[in-house]
Every structure is written in structure tokens, then in C-alpha cells.
Design a protein around this ligand. Structure first.
Ligand SMILES: Cc1cc2nc3c(=O)[nH]c(=O)nc-3n(C[C@H](O)[C@H](O)[C@H](O)COP(=O)(O)OP(=O)(O)OC[C@H]3O[C@@H](n4cnc5c(N)ncnc54)[C@H](O)[C@@H]3O)c2cc1C
Length: 285
């Protein structure tokens, strides 16, 4: 057997899942399984103890799909990366989600992996958290008594993505006037996993950056806002020369903690490209 014996549950509602989750010990939630199943296999191989119970969220229809209504996008936590990429409502600020989903992992991973797993797995290098912080997303949870709870994505990752609840959905306001860019880079062309990523979201008011959010994912800690670069950009005219000067106004406390010069260099290039893309989009809008 590839994994240790485990008791498998497949509830049909969030209420049932919450009841099981609160009543069982040594329990793990299962979404797409791209991390969970790998971990069960590698833990058994390494002789480590694994959970006794697994609750699959796959039978819960309430946790599937996405919808755009009254100016907000709701993505339910079991939506896969491919389903999000294919969702027709990803326009304006929301189109950055399409960009991030298009390059995340491989086709097989995108078909299986869910947004809920990407957020709740507590691996610092996954990609959607930076995008969700930049888009000021709200995360909705059901606690073990099935009581709803909400928190901003930024607060969730500042708290190191700790939760004992079931993530149910992600809500993002659709904003037709803001501009976003997502950039990622890998260690080499042969390795898909990101070595760094960033998302910039801004309003352009009277031709100037305003209310800008710059979120850097260095992959060795959870994504963080770079308030130095945000302060530099806000109020500056959205013109090509700003992309070069942005490079001298990055929070060195974040870049200084990077593993190597290549990563730092790629961050600088990615920031420049993100600012340039936003200016290009502004010109074509
Ligand atoms: C080969 C490979 C390449 C990858 N490449 C990338 C990449 O390029 N970029 C990237 O961002 N990611 C990448 N990933 C990671 C992938 O995105 C995550 O594995 C995936 O998003 C996790 O989703 P899942 O549905 O498979 O989660 P699962 O493996 O089912 O669960 C992951 C964790 O989240 C918890 N969880 C899941 N859903 C919920 C919920 N609704 N509420 C509370 N807790 C929950 C589970 O209990 C578990 O601890 C890669 C993974 C692999 C294996």
C-alpha cells in the first residue's frame, strides 16, 4: 500500500463536513489532493505517522463553482485552477487571476488543484495568495460549528495562514477602473515551481498611481506588501521612466532576505515589467 490505512469520509454538505471535522481526532481535509496525497505517500515512505481520518470536500456542491454578481466575484473554495482560468467573468482587475492561473504548475496540477488548497496549504511559495492580497479579497470560512467567519486575505497571511476552519469561498470586488499585473519567475526553465512572484494593483487617478498595492512573494515567507514601493508609486505620473526609478525604491528588508543574487535580480526585472505592463494597459484602455 502506498499510504497507511486511513478512514475516508465524503460529506455532501458544509454542515456535515463541519460536524465530522469537529468530532474526529487526527483528521485532515482533502480538496484536490495534490499536496495531501503526496504527503500521505512520502510520510509513509519516511516512516512517519499519518492522520487516521480524511474528509474529502469533493462531494459538497456548495463549495464548487464561481459567480459574478452585483459587482463581486465569488470563487468557491473547491473551484480548480483550470475552472478559475476558464471563468468568463475575469475582466478588468479580475483578469490578473486569469494570468496567475494560466502559468501555475502544470496542466495536470491546474486540473486537480483547488484555490482552497492553494490558500490553506500553508506552503509559503503558492501563487494565489499574493494576487488575493493585492485584490483585497475576503476569505470566508465555516468553523467547526458551521458558523461563518470572514477575514481579509492580507490578515490571513499576516497570521501565517493558520486556520482550523473550512475555507468556503473567496470574494473579490470587481473594479473596472483599477490596473493589475502579476509576474512570476522560476529557478530554471525546467522547474515550474516559482522562485518569486509579485502582484501590483493600482488605481490611476488624473494620470497618477493611487491606492497602490504591491505584494511580493519571496517564497521563503508568506507574501507581504512592500509599503516602500507603494509610497514611492502613489502620486507619481504613470509614465515609462517610473518603471526604472521604481527599482531604487523597494523595501530592502524584503529583498535583503532573499537567498541569492539571481532571485534579487529577477525581482527587480519583474517589478519593472509589472509597472511597464500597467502603463501599457493604461495607454490602450
Ligand atoms: C508538481 C506540483 C507543482 C506545483 N506547482 C505549483 C505552482 O507552480 N504554483 C502554485 O501556486 N502551486 C503549485 N503547486 C501546488 C498546488 O497549487 C497546490 O498543491 C494546490 O493548490 C493545493 O490544492 P489542492 O486542492 O490539491 O489541496 P490539497 O492537497 O487537497 O490540500 C492542501 C492543504 O489545504 C487544506 N485544505 C484544502 N482545502 C481546504 C479548505 N477548503 N479549507 C481548509 N483547508 C483546506 C488541506 O487540508 C491540506 O492541508 C504544485 C504542486 C505540485 C504537486
Amino acid at each position: 500500500m502506498l499510504i497507511n490505512p486511513i478512514k475516508f469520509y465524503r460529506p455532501q454538505t458544509i454542515q456535515e463536513a463541519a460536524e465530522l471535522y469537529s468530532s474526529l481526532d487526527s483528521v485532515k481535509l482533502l480538496a484536490g489532493g495534490t499536496f495531501v496525497v503526496n504527503n500521505l505517500k512520502s510520510s509513509k515512505k519516511a516512516g512517519r505517522k499519518t492522520n487516521d481520518n480524511l474528509i474529502s470536500l469533493k462531494g459538497i456542491n456548495e463549495l464548487k463553482g464561481s459567480s459574478l454578481s452585483k459587482g463581486s466575484l465569488t470563487i468557491n473554495s473547491m473551484a480548480t485552477i483550470t475552472e478559475i482560468f476558464e471563468f468568463s467573468g475575469l475582466k478588468d482587475n479580475l483578469s490578473v487571476l486569469k494570468d496567475a492561473c494560466s502559468t501555475l504548475g502544470t496542466t495536470q496540477i491546474r486540473n486537480m488543484a483547488t484555490i482552497g488548497g492553494n490558500i490553506a496549504c500553508r506552503y509559503t511559495w503558492t501563487e494565489l495568495p499574493a494576487v488575493l492580497i493585492a485584490l483585497e479579497a475576503t476569505l470566508n470560512f465555516a468553523d467547526k460549528n458551521n458558523k461563518p467567519k470572514s477575514m481579509s486575505a492580507e490578515e490571513f497571511f499576516l497570521n501565517s495562514a493558520k486556520t482550523d476552519d473550512i475555507l468556503t469561498s473567496i470574494v473579490i470586488e470587481h473594479d473596472t477602473d483599477s490596473f493589475c499585473s502579476y509576474q512570476r519567475f522560476t529557478r530554471s526553465a525546467a522547474i515550474d515551481l516559482p522562485l518569486g512572484a509579485l502582484c501590483i494593483r493600482t488605481d490611476i487617478a488624473s494620470g497618477c498611481f493611487s491606492n497602490t498595492k504591491v505584494v511580493l512573494n519571496t517564497t521563503n515567507s508568506f507574501p507581504k506588501r512592500d509599503s516602500t514601493l507603494e509610497a514611492f508609486l502613489n502620486g507619481k505620473k504613470a509614465a515609462d521612466n517610473i518603471a526604472d526609478s521604481a527599482l531604487n525604491n523597494i523595501d530592502e528588508n524584503i529583498l535583503g532576505k532573499l537567498n541569492n543574487e539571481y532571485q534579487e535580480h529577477m525581482f527587480r526585472i519583474s517589478i519593472k515589467n509589472a509597472v511597464k505592463n500597467i502603463i501599457k494597459d493604461l495607454k490602450t484602455k
